[in-house]
Each structure stands twice: as C-alpha cells, then as structure tokens.
Design a protein. Sequence first.
Length: 583
Amino acid sequence: MDLFDVLSLLGGLALFLFGMNLMGQALEKRAGSKLKTFLANITSNPFKGFLLGLGVTAVMQSSSATTVMVVGFVNSGIMTLRQAVGVIMGANLGTSMTSWILSLTGIQGENFLIQLLKPSSFVPILAMIGIVLYMFQKSAKRRDTGMILMGFAVLMFGMEAMSAAVGGLKDVPEFTRVLVLFSNPVLGVLVGTIFTAIIQSSSASVGILQALTATGSVTYSTAVPIIMGQNIGTCVSAMISSVGASKNAKRAAVIHLSFNVIATLIILPLYYLISWFLQDPLGAQIASPVGIAIVHTVFKLIALALLMPFTKQLEKLSCLIISESRKNEKTELLDERLFVTPSVAIARCKEVTVSMARLAVESIKESTMLLGEYTEKAAMRVRAKEDEVDVYEDKLGSYLVKLSAHDLSEADNAEANKLLHVIGDFERISDHAINVTNSAEEIHDKKLEFSGQAKKELSVLISAVLEILDLALASFEKHDLDSAVMVEPLEQVVDYLRDTLKKQHIRRLRKQECTIELGFVLTDLLTNLERVSDHCSNIAACILEMDRDEMDVHEYLRSVKGGEMKEYNDYFEYFKVKYSLDA
C-alpha cells in the first residue's frame, strides 16, 4: 500500500461520511416532521414503541437521530420515560439496516442478476435520478428525495473507494499484526467505542469495518468485540443531547447507554465461552461485509431477547444513576409522622406549596426575560427550576393523598382539596416557562427579529401576564380575596390581547412586514402565555370558591363571565384600558 492508496482511502472515507451525513439530513428533512408526530403520539404500549423506534430508525438510517429525538420528547414532557424505553430498543435494532445495505459491496458473481445488485451497477443510476430531481424539480419534497439519492450514491462510492484502497493492506504484515491486537476483547470494545463516539454514528463505523474486510485480514474474533464497542459508542449523541435537559431526559440517554453496555457485558463473554467450547469454529474465519452485517444484527437481536423483559429494571437503574437533586429542605418538611396531627401536616403542606408557587412564578418571569436577552446560563436556570417544581408536585401530591386517607376535620379536608387543585396549576405554569424558554432559544439560534410593532404588542401581553401571576400568587399565598377577584377579568383581557396579536400578525404578513417562520414562534408564545393566565384563573377561582365553602371552579367561572358579579365588569374595563395596544 503506497501513498496514493492512503490518499484514496482518505478520499473514500471523506465521501462515505459525507454521503451518510447528507442522506441522513435529507431523510430527516423529507420525513422528519411526520416521524416526530408519530413519536410524539406514541401510546404507553412498549411493543408499539419498539416497532415505532425500529421503523423510524430504519427510515432515517440513524439510531442516534431517533434517540436524540426521544430525549427531546422526554425533556419536553411529550413522552414518559417508560414510553422511551421501547422506542430506544427499537432504534437499536433499526440501525442494523444500514449494515445490510452496505454489505452489497461484497457481492460476488458473474450472473446478470447478481451484477445488478452490485452498487457499481445501480448506484450511478440512482445518482443520475437524484441530480435530475434536485436540479430540475421545484417541489421541495422532490428535491429532498433527490438529495437522499445523491447522498446514498456518494456513500456507496465512498465505500467502494475505501474497499479498493485498503485491498493492498492484505500484503502488509504490520497491518495484520495490528488487527490481531484488536481480537483482545477489552481493546476491541474500547477501539470500537472510541472511534464510534468520535464520528457519532455506529452505522458509519460498521460501514468502515465492512470496508476493511476487503483486506482479507479481518477475522470474526477481531470484528465481534469492535462491533460491540461500536454499539456503545453510538450512545454518545444521546448523552450529549441530554446535557442541560431534565432528569428524565438524562435517564432516557442513560437507558440507551446501559442497554448496550449490559448487552456487551453479557454477550461478549458468552461468545468467547461458546467459541472455546466449540474449538473456535468462527473466530479464525475471514469476515466479509455480509458477515459483519449478520454479527451486527445478531448482537442486537440477542440483546433485545435478553433485556426487553427487563424494561422496568432498566428504568429503575437509570433513576439510580441519575438520582434526584440534593435533598430539598422544604420537601423534607413533609414528614409522615405528622399524620397524627393532620392540622399541622396541612400547615406544612401549605408552606411547601407556597415555595413551589413562588418557584413556578419565578420560572415564567425569567423565561419571558429571555425573549429580550437570551443566555444559555439563564435558560438552564429556568429548566432547573422546572425540574424542582416537578419534584415539589410529586412529593406534595403523594403526601396529600396519603394524608387525605386519615380522619381530617372538614376545614382540613377542604384545605387539602384546595392544595391538590392548585399544585397542578402551578406545575403547569412552570411547564409553560420551559416552552417560552424554547421559543426564546429558537429566536436566538435562528437570529430571528420581531418587528418594532410586534415587540411592543408582545410586551403589553407579557406585562398583563406578569400581573396576573402576581395576583394569583398573592391570592393563594395570603388568601387575598381582593387579588383573587381581579384575576378573572384580567384573564379575559389576556385572551383579547392574544386574539388581537394574532390578527395583527396576519395583517403584517399580508404586507410582507413579517415572516411565516416568525409567525410560528409568535403563535407558540401567545398560546403559552394565554395558558399561563388560564392556570392563574383556576387558582384564583379555587380560592374564591373555597371561601364560599364550595368547590365548583368551572361553575364559578361561568357565573363570573355571565355578568353575575359587578366587580368583574369594573375590573375588566380597568384592565382593558391599562393594557390597551393603542396606548
């Protein structure tokens, strides 16, 4: 192997990686939104999740892309951790499809049908179709299809170039000696893990290994540990994407990693035990591209057979590895020994709920500030507060349910019911803070800029929402009925502002003063801000109804909006003037 072979190898590797990246991006762009919708609408059925993960990954040719998407869904609350387990397992198997496609380079034979199956025969045709679709079609979908075909063609040309370039290595003794070192299980797994972690694609890593089989020096004893390491290395993308995400999102990434690590720890010793018992019938044989694809797939199938029955245990393991944050001093006040004195336990619950409420209100206020000046550090603070609010809700909800089973006085029972109602609303407020933060991040990353008028209108709406938050918090924390009465009229003004801002955006869109992309972001912001005011309305209505010894919040809101309370009309007019867009 001379200098020119090395240059050919590097060129082939560059084409291979570029083609895989190009094809993956085009596939995600062509079908990504639909795949995201399928994933987002997944049910709690683990088998359905497995099939969905399998199908999505087979289409997108990347388990990393699927798993990163899953981490994002878990982080946003669209998917639960338990739902994510099945999808991740399906993604692990789905990625083996790429190795089978790449194994076509190893087809041998002079038969006409076999010749047609060789990439050198059909890839040029796909490349030609792809370039025609990309250059001469106006439809975005057809152009994306063209990009997929061209990406695949570049990938296969790169694969052929690598195979041709490394062919001369079979006569280099030093290369053979290096490969023998990789037959050491620990070293092989380590090399496969590190290399795949660097290029962040097990499909690409396996493809490179398939290309090396052209040297005739890669045995199965060398390939098996490397393949297992490659499956561990592919987890790095999900691990990176979980940085700064919620606890459950981190746990989803850990499940992906632990699945492959545990499978390797079980299957690799088992492989060597069987090889020793059967006098190594496979290990010394020269590997082929098809053989690599078979080993890759068999490893994943065995891993699934071993670990799929233990999805709950994998979930528990991830919770042990990513434990809850340091103990919250406030939630530690929820001592079950206080159940013998329910009134004291209720008082403690109220104290902890106030802390939760303040944190939720702080999170939404900080998220709106990110719309003006976004920083990653501030965004992480909002997400950390949302995680803490989730812990509060979980601890308080469990504690109150257990407390309600005891013999409570009528007043304590009413207070427990009130707290159970409001903790859900405060938790949802913090969820909307995450959504607003995500919108701010999108504006920052895409360098979007609202028009001056849109900024002015949005600032009016945000001011109204911030006031309604303060009123709702005061009504709950201080049992301030005056503040509670003012919430519903202001909530109606927020609804009016939301509708007006949408109409104003459509007018600017028609005048080409705004873009559709900004419109999507604006719609998300308006929806989340309006829903924050809805939760504030629920909180205030709960306080007022409890004061009247009733608990029909919806009936109260209907009566208020029906004009049965004079204060409502007075405050509605007051807030309508205060938050007028014409001011």
